[in-house]
Design a protein around this ligand. Structure first.
Ligand code: ARG
Length: 465
């Protein structure tokens, strides 16, 4: 586009003799990003115009013309014919300019007692509020599938790990429910954030408020905010709501990444605990036997992107003096992208969890390896022989060494071999050395026993509705 044709198009161009350079326009324009807030922008304008009319700042006729013009803009947005124009910089000026084309003079009254500084952050709060609701919903869907799969596997025994070394047998249901707990806290953080951000900056104008007798309570209420923000300087420049959203999202994505990592491990030939469905596996272009867990790997990587977006936004904000500065325009790209990525990750995890098949035999066999019931043996010595736990730990250690030497697992030692280490051991000890007995015995609240897991599954099913 030639500079000539842009002459006079800038809404703020009154004091300028020459047009901005093309590159200036490119770095300055945000329409490709902020067009996603078109609905929020129109909602904000409707509330503002209604309030201006109610306060007698504009006439009822002008308000009517504005509202009808905005109806037309909405229709154009819906049918995809709304003309987004880069030379109009951002969504606010695009909507206003189109309104002017549609209704003429009354459009020029809409911006009374308002600035793009309060307008943009009003839109952005509304958008983020909606995105937080959607993120919470997607996590709830994932929780539901985790709970469902946990219900199918309350008594499926697998190895529990510490340091990725076999530690003690656990149940798969217990393992899956651990993620349900994490995700519940993630949802609570997102919910907290949504409540804290739900205050209206509209009416703060450029930075200092306005001399017009506006009613900020009315616009706050119309837009579903709890109340107007109390300090106009804070209102136009605060972005901690976006930082909080991205940090909460980053923590939630970290949890998705941990679950993704489990899937990568479990579906490997070495673990062989699970198999992804065809819909969630990819092949290799050279190795015909491969079933790759690409989606899980990408969730792992994308969690870092979200964390990076949080860090980038924090960097953009941390050295800004009050009030608005154009640096704040780049908050939206980061935030939109983080929410998009997050939605994709949550949906992918749900898809994988819903359709993954678990191999009970392999899990059980792995649980029995690595002396996983050694603690049960030590606990038996404490219970039956009244040994102090530290001594029992020592005796068990000797038995493990003996089994290791023989190249067998603990239950494969004979009673005689055991009694050579501790003569008071009886045949009864074998009853605690199976992985099922071990898992079943851990009935403490929060423990891995199938009865406790079944209770938790029941509670979560009720809770998630
Ligand atoms: N597009 C701008 C943004 O996203 C709107 C606010 C512009 N305000 C200004 N004083 N230039 O931040």
């Amino acid at each position: 586009m030639a500079s000539e044709s842009k002459k006079g198009q800038q809404m703020w161009g009154g004091r300028f003799a020459a047009q901005p350079s093309d590159i200036m326009q490119s770095i300055n324009a945000s329409i490709d990003v902020d067009r996603r807030m078109v609905r929020e922008d129109i909602a904000g304008s409707r509330a503002h115009a209604d309030m201006l009319a109610e306060q007698g700042i504009i006439s009822e006729e002008d308000n009517l013309a504005i509202q009808e013009g905005l109806d037309q803009v909405v229709a154009e947005v819906q049918e995809g014919s709304f003309p987004y124009r880069a030379e109009l910089e951002d969504i606010h000026m695009n909507v206003e300019a189109r309104l002017k084309e549609l209704i003429g003079e009354p459009a020029g009254r809409l911006h009374t007692a308002r600035s793009r500084n309060d307008q943009v952050v009003t839109d952005f709060r509304l958008w983020t509020r909606g995105a937080l609701t959607e993120a919470r919903r997607s996590l709830k869907v994932l929780q539901r599938s985790l709970v469902k799969r946990a219900g199918e596997h309350t008594d499926t025994v697998m190895p529990g790990f510490t340091h990725l070394q076999t530690a003690q047998p656990v149940t798969l249901g217990h393992h899956l429910l651990a993620y349900v707990e994490m995700i519940e806290r993630d949802r609570a953080r997102l919910d907290d954030c949504a409540r804290r951000l739900n205050e209206s900056p509209l009416g703060s104008a450029a930075l200092a408020g306005t001399g017009f007798t506006i009613d900020r309570d009315a616009t706050a209420e119309a837009l579903g905010f709890y109340r107007p923000m109390a300090n106009s300087l804070d209102a136009v420049s605060a972005r901690d709501f976006a930082l909080e959203a991205l940090s909460s999202l980053s923590i939630a994505a970290t949890h998705l990444s941990r679950l993704a990592e489990e899937i990568v491990l479990w579906t490997s030939a070495q673990f062989a605990f699970a198999k992804l469905s065809d819909a969630w596996s990819t092949g290799s272009s050279i190795m015909p036997q491969k079933r790759n867990p690409d989606a899980a790997e990408l969730v792992r990587a994308k969690a870092s992107l979200i964390t990076g977006q949080f860090a980038a936004l924090q960097g953009a904000v941390k050295a800004l003096p009050l009030a608005y500065a154009k640096d704040l325009q780049d908050d939206k790209q980061l935030t939109f992208s983080a929410f998009d990525t997050f939605g994709l990750c949550a949906a992918s995890m749900t898809g994988m969890i819903e359709t993954i098949t678990f191999n009970r035999e392999n899990m059980r066999a792995a649980a029995a390896k690595g002396f996983s019931t050694a603690t049960d043996l030590a606990d038996w010595l404490v219970r039956e022989l009244k040994m102090p736990f530290r001594d029992a730990h020592h005796v068990t250690g000797s038995l493990v060494a003996k089994a290791e030497e023989k190249g067998c697992d603990l239950p494969e030692l004979s009673l005689e071999e055991m009694q050579a280490v501790e003569p008071r051991l009886t045949n009864d000890v074998f009853s605690v050395l199976t992985v099922e007995a071990s898992a079943m015995s851990r009935q403490s609240y929060g423990g891995t026993s199938p009865v406790r897991v079944a209770e938790q599954v029941e509670q979560w099913t009720q809770r998630l509705g």
